[in-house]
Design a protein around this ligand. Structure first.
Ligand code: IMP
Ligand code: MG
Length: 184
């Protein structure tokens, strides 16, 4: 593994994201919804930098394959507060193909949000398959599999304080084990 963004660069990027969200939101109260599990570290850091009226909730987006492969997406919103008429900010760790975000946005619309905006820690270069651009992007990163600061590989490494990219050889070793149930 090699370090892509160290803890200090992450800290500065997250501060910048908090400022941008605050500027975009003005003083209207917002509801920040983190997409589990990858967003937990970002969400915890972001909300403590936001000096404004704020509600916090989570949705879980799980894809039922492990490793680096994508499976069918299941969204569980049992733990989310009522968002009818609310200005929602969705927060996620990474915008890769973009399908997760687009499906969660669709759900928030159905549940009656007044507005929906999005903030992601990183966006992978050249991977997007959807016609949607996040409102706020912390970092644009190369198309490599990254872990740390909430992001996992087979549920490991979320607790790293920095963002690291995995070498193809690290990934190849475990490719056979990718049929596990897996939370993003
Ligand atoms: P998307 O739906 O393709 O945009 O993928 C979004 C989800 O896939 C993210 O929330 C992550 O959980 C997971 N993901 C995509 N790329 C990576 C990566 O490089 N490392 C870890 N998880 C990733
Ligand atoms: Mg995720």
């Amino acid at each position: 593994m090699k370090t892509l963004l160290d803890a200090e660069r992450l800290r500065l990027g997250v501060e910048r994201m908090a400022d941008q969200i605050h500027t975009a939101a003005g003083d209207r109260p917002i509801t920040m919804i983190g997409i589990l599990t990858g967003s937990i570290v970002l969400l915890a850091d972001l909300i403590r930098l936001m000096n404004m009226p704020l509600r916090v909730g989570v949705v879980q987006a799980s894809s039922y394959r492990g490793g680096t492969q994508r499976g069918e997406l299941v969204i569980n919103y049992d733990l989310m507060p009522d968002i009818v008429g609310r200005d929602v900010w969705l927060v996620d760790d990474i915008f890769d193909t973009g399908h997760t975000m687009v499906q969660v946005i669709r759900l928030m619309n159905k549940l009656g949000a007044n507005s929906i905006r999005t903030a992601v820690l990183c966006r992978k270069d050249g991977r997007q398959e959807v016609d949607y651009v996040p409102d706020i992007v912390g970092f644009d990163i190369p198309d490599e599999f990254v872990v740390g600061y909430g992001l996992d590989y087979q549920d490991a490494y979320r607790n790293l304080t920095y963002l690291a990219s995995m070498e193809p050889t690290d990934l190849a070793l475990n490719e056979q084990d990718t049929l596990n149930s897996h939370n993003d």
